[in-house]
Write a protein that binds this ligand. Structure first.
Ligand SMILES: Nc1ncnc2c1ncn2[C@@H]1O[C@H](COP(=O)(O)OP(=O)(O)O)[C@@H](O)[C@H]1O
Ligand SMILES: [Mg+2]
Length: 455
């Protein structure tokens, strides 16, 4: 059962003492909150001793202005309230913190650059669900984990000191930021001290994902043969067994640095490189020569070598799919959306950053060369694969995720394959906000945060 929503108001500190809360009597009765007894008020890491005074025929909560400010609140908020008799705590929440890469203090209307509109959308959605959200960056984290300097939106952006949140959504866009000692220590310490939960804890690495999922017999059918590339024997074995193979930087994204290798004749091998402008091709007269050409790069970049698939196509352009899976209000994986991406002209990767175009999965399938026989249940099978894979990541990778972007493919024989899993699926989210419109993915994120924090 979810905690009831309640309107929280500030009362001048001259009228109401900091140690007294005025709470609607009907809710006090319903939640069995005792009047006039010492209780602890909690909001994220904030703790304060209070007593509660019942107010007849009133539905809200009144708090002194001073306390209100110390909690990082602004006027007229709706929050959820929960009373735990065992510990005599009255908790308000959930307090959600979103960890973003950087702020632009010189742009008061857009303090987070391109993702500011997403931050507004999340703020609106939290208000509707009775949650409170703020945004903070690694730069704002000090060595103490007592409070956080963050940004709150309320008719404009305000920077203020806030309690440590119940739930942190990690939306850092680089491994470098994520691995900063202050960030790592913050994520660890707030859990130990306050029981805060962090989700989307870390970036995934492509080798780690395939190694982990191989352990699950139920998932093997989705996995193209994939290995960490260390030596020529492995390289030759893959290149001679499959019509094409893909080399992918294990920490790559956006189609960067991907190389496709195909045999074009008895003594002829072609390497295709995915560049911003299209595909650059080089031909080699032997496999050792091709391998030599990439072994320089292998000193600084680790590669995953993967069986190439013959993806379905639209007008000769490969098509693949991106499923957004999220945990819901019961903490269970669900599929929020599946979209398709068609590669741009002269590209063999379908990433939007490389000229790919987005469309509805069903429409793309209908336009593709997928034989009609396999079309009917293709969407349902993509859905199913995404769920199975998200659950597999949870089972076999020891990190906490609430949201995963799963890249899937359908080959021309109708079979579904996993290409990669992204743990920062909407990291460059700059979707323009249609005023007042809240996307299902944003709503779902808050529902999961409520599940995690017990609100
Ligand atoms: N095994 C494969 N066979 C065919 N095409 C592939 C394969 N792996 C990746 N691709 C193509 O390359 C794109 C990028 O690969 P992906 O593994 O998602 O890496 P990135 O992290 O760069 O997005 C895919 O969206 C797909 O179009
Ligand atoms: Mg991808």
């Amino acid at each position: 059962m979810s905690a009831p929503k309640i309107n929280v108001q500030a009362i001048s500190s001259g009228i109401l003492s900091d140690d007294v809360l005025m709470l609607g009597e009907p809710l006090m009765k319903k939640s069995k909150i005792p009047a006039g007894q010492p209780l602890t008020l909690q909001f994220g890491s904030f703790r304060h001793p209070v007593t509660v005074v019942p107010v007849p025929r009133y539905e809200g909560l009144r708090i002194s202005q001073t306390l209100f400010r110390r909690m990082g609140l602004h006027t007229g908020v709706t929050l959820r309230l929960q009373y735990r008799a065992q510990t005599r705590t009255l908790s308000l929440g959930p307090l959600i913190g979103v960890l973003v890469s950087r702020e632009y203090p010189a742009q008061p209307d857009k303090p987070f650059g391109d993702i500011t509109m997403f931050c507004r959308e999340l703020t609106d959605a939290c208000r509707k669900q009775g949650a409170y959200v703020y945004f903070f960056t690694p730069a704002a984290l000090g060595s103490s984990q007592a409070a956080v300097e963050g940004w709150v939106y309320n008719e404009g952006w305000h920077r203020m000191v806030l309690p440590v949140p119940n739930v942190v959504n990690n939306r850092l866009t680089t491994r470098k930021l994520e691995n900063l000692p202050d960030v790592q220590q913050f994520m660890r310490e707030i859990n130990v001290r306050y029981g805060s939960r962090v989700f989307n804890e870390k970036f995934l690495d492509k080798s780690e994902v395939f190694e982990a999922l191989k352990k699950d017999p139920g998932l093997q059918r989705y996995l193209p043969e994939s290995h960490s590339l260390h030596n020529f024997a492995m390289f030759r074995s893959m290149c001679t067994r499959y019509p094409s193979v893909f080399l992918k930087p294990v920490r790559g994204s956006l189609g960067k640095g991907i190389i496709r290798i195909t045999q074009t004749g008895a003594e002829s091998w072609q390497a295709s490189y995915a560049t911003v402008n299209g595909t650059r091709k080089l031909t080699f007269s032997s496999l050792p020569k091709l391998y030599a050409s990439i072994s320089g790069k292998m000193k600084s970049v680790r590669y995953l070598i993967q069986q190439g698939l013959s993806l379905i196509e639209i007008g000769g352009r490969p098509v693949d799919f991106r499923a957004l899976t999220q945990k819901n209000a019961d903490g269970e994986w669900t599929v929020t959306s599946v979209v398709s991406r068609t590669a741009g002209n002269d590209h063999f990767v379908s990433n939007l950053a490389r000229g790919g175009t987005l469309s509805k999965a069903r429409e793309a399938i209908a336009k593709s060369n997928l034989p009609v026989l396999y079309r009917g249940d293709a969407s349902a099978r993509l859905h199913r694969a995404a769920l199975d894979i998200a659950r597999g990541i949870d089972t076999y990778i020891p990190a906490h995720f609430g949201e995963l972007g799963i890249d899937l493919a359908i080959d021309t024989a109708g079979r579904i394959w996993l290409l990669e899993v992204n743990s920062k699926p909407s990291k460059n989210d700059n979707t323009p906000l249609t005023e007042g419109k809240i996307r299902p993915s944003v709503r779902m994120m808050i529902q999961y945060a409520r599940f995690l924090s017990g609100f």
